[in-house]
Every structure is written in C-alpha cells, then in structure tokens.
Design a protein around this ligand. Structure first.
Ligand SMILES: Nc1ncnc2c1ncn2[C@@H]1O[C@H](COP(=O)(O)OP(=O)(O)O)[C@@H](O)[C@H]1O
Ligand SMILES: [Mg+2]
Length: 352
C-alpha cells in the first residue's frame, strides 16, 4: 500500500496534447475520481499510471518510489477496464489467477488467493464457469477480483460501470466503494458521470482538454467552483457574462444589474462571469416584477422555470409547489420577481 503522486504528467501525440501537466496526490486509502467529458484525457492519465502508455514528460510515484520507467507488471497496480477484458476461453478462476501466474506465485498460494478474491466479490461458487456464462454484473465482479488478487498498492478503474444497466450500476457502485473502504485501497477511478464521481470518491479531479481544472470534495466543487467549466460541469449553473460595477452589482452583458457579494467582488476584480445555481434563486409571482416566465417544466418533485429578465435568461429550480401555493398557478408570460442571497452569486474569471 502507499500513496500515488503524479508530477507534471504530460502525454503528447505528435502536435496534439492528450494530457497537459497533471499534478495530483492520491493519499493512502483514498479514492479519487478523474471526472470530465469524453476525450479530456482521463483514460490516457490512468494508462500512464498503469504503465501501458509511456508519459512524454513528468513522473509517477507509488509509495514514494519513482515507477515512471517501470513496465506495467512491475508497478504494483491493479486495473479494471471498461470492457472487463476477461479472457473468454478461460474460466473465472483462471482469469483471476492470471496476474498471479505472471508474478510467478506458486500453485498452492495461487489457488488460495484466487478463492479469497472471488469471495470478496461473492463469486466463489462460480469459479469454474466461463465468462460468457455470467451476467454483465458478474463479469465486472470477476474483473474486480482479477485486479484485487495481486494486492495492488494502487487500484485503477476505467469507467467500470458504463456497460451495466442503470439498476445494476447503482449496486456495483456501492459494492466497489465498500470494498475499497474495507481494504483501504488507494484508488483512482475514471468516469464521465458526475453522479458516479460524487457518490463514490473522497475527492474529484475535474479535467477538461487534458488539463486539471479543479480538485476538491464534491461539496467544495459544487459550493465553490473556481473555474467556469467546473461550475457548469458539476451540477447545473446559470453562467452570466458581464463585469463588476461598484457597489456590489454585476452588470450583465445584456444590461441587467445583478446582485452579488461586495467582499467577493473585492477578492475578484477580474470577474467576467456570475455563477448562480438554479436552486438558489427565489421566485415570486409579482405583477410589477421585471421577470417574465418563458417556460415551466414539471418534473415531479421539482419544477424548472425559465425566466427572462432584462435580456438575460435564468434557469430556476424549485421544489414543486403545493396546490395552495400561488407559485403552483405560474404560467408562461406571467410577471415575477427573482431574489437570491448575495453570497449565492459567485464571481468567476473568464472561461479559457
Ligand atoms: N493513441 C492515440 N493517438 C492519438 N491521439 C490519442 C491517442 N489516444 C488518445 N488520443 C487522444 O487523446 C485525447 C484524450 O483521450 P482519452 O484519454 O481517451 O480521453 P477520455 O478517457 O477522457 O475520454 C483525445 O483527444 C484522444 O483522441
Ligand atoms: Mg476514457
């Protein structure tokens, strides 16, 4: 066991850069998720850690040792692939034993460890089956056992749930997290699914176009995004372009003057965007109000409203009002007043 450190890790393919100077520490026993849209460099980063892709620059340290130039099998990592990548002609037990054979572990010890790993994922009764005789969820659990059987210092998972249906995904998600916590595994998981990242990982690394945009807990990223991409990618967000106007107001490009925090404005004089979470905006029917309802979408527990005010369009999400609430009768074209606490409006630099 040990921690994982990435130092200024880069990967270039000709003139294009897949991963650009990624710095990161995954502490011993911690689970960190690399989160970002398709093509942002998540898999490339993970494969460099596993030793399948040589970095163009930078270093990888596991438990304090520089493993940058070590081959994959000498790195003490266990990897689970998106596609499971089980050997179809080998039984479940033989699949799980593979990594131990590669490491020249003797027969007796090997058999014991294979059964132990299969017990961890509750598949010890299926050791003699072939992969095609298993369900998708069971195949993925074999892949987990195969990665864990070598007692890896670092556990690597690339979109491990993407081939499972929605119900199974929730189950396997909890199973992986429970296993990771019980065994105290230092883990790096890749996903493009924010819910997966938010529910499984201790910390998240949001990537875009090969770069790390922000690192933090789910709450830190949601409550205090420091980057416009992160504000828009983790949860939903109104991002309004404009500039600060003393005192305590943000002048939207459309002309609307929006309420924001004076202290926050002092801390960020270069503000070019105002970020406002849809559920932080209050909505009141008001014949004198400056806002006009442009759309109402009923979603059961919540209702979404699109409101136009002074040329700016704002998404508002409220718990669906009760029958007695005047908001219940709000319809397209109605006049409304919007309100929010100054601290709810976060100031951000221009998108880069
Ligand atoms: N072997 C390769 N040759 C050239 N470009 C590649 C290669 N592998 C990946 N890329 C590019 O690097 C970028 C990052 O890819 P990848 O790490 O797979 O993204 P993600 O896993 O976040 O979807 C993409 O633009 C991809 O096209
Ligand atoms: Mg990928």
């Amino acid at each position: 066991m040990g921690n994982l450190v990435l130092e200024a890790l880069c990967k270039r393919y000709g003139s294009s850069t897949a991963v650009e100077r990624v710095d990161l520490e995954v502490k011993q026993g911690e689970m960190v998720a690399l989160l970002g849209p398709s093509g942002c460099g998540k898999t490339t980063t993970l494969r460099m850690v596993a030793g399948f892709i040589p970095p163009s620059e930078g270093r990888i340290l596991i438990g304090g040792q520089d493993v940058t130039r070590r081959p994959a099998h000498a790195r003490d990592t266990g990897m689970v692939f998106q596609s499971y990548a089980l050997f179809p002609h080998m039984t479940v037990g033989q699949n799980v034993a593979f990594g131990l054979e590669m490491r020249k572990v003797g027969r007796a010890e090997r058999d014991g460890r294979v059964m132990e790993a299969l017990r961890l994922v509750r598949l010890d009764h299926l050791a003699d089956r072939l992969p095609r005789q298993l369900s998708g969820g069971q195949q993925q659990r074999v892949a987990l056992a195969r990665a864990l059987v070598v007692n890896p210092a670092v556990f690597l998972l690339d979109e491990p749930l993407s081939n499972l249906d929605a119900k199974l995904r929730g189950e396997v998600r909890m199973e992986i997290r429970a296993l990771q916590q019980r065994l105290g595994l230092t883990t790096l998981i890749v996903t493009h699914d924010q819910e997966e990242a938010l529910t499984m990982a201790d910390r998240l690394v949001v990537m875009e176009r090969g770069r790390v945009r922000q690192v933090g807990t789910a709450e830190e990223l949601y409550e205090n995004p420091t980057d416009p991409f992160v504000a828009g990618f983790v949860g939903r967000c109104n991002l309004i372009e404009g500039r600060l106007e003393a005192p305590g107001g943000f002048r939207a490009a459309s002309g609307a003057l929006l309420h924001c925090d004076v202290e926050a404005a002092e801390a960020r004089p270069d503000a070019a965007l105002l970020a406002l979470r849809p559920e932080r905006i209050g909505l009141q029917p008001d014949a004198e109000g400056g806002g006009r309802v442009a759309a109402v979408t009923y979603l059961g527990a919540q209702t979404e409203y699109l409101v136009e005010q002074d040329g700016t369009s704002l998404l508002i999400i409220r718990p669906t009002p009760t029958l007695a609430d005047p908001l219940r009768r709000l319809a397209v074209g109605d006049a409304v007043t919007l309100s929010w606490e100054a601290a709810a409006a976060r100031l951000l630099p221009a998108a880069t």
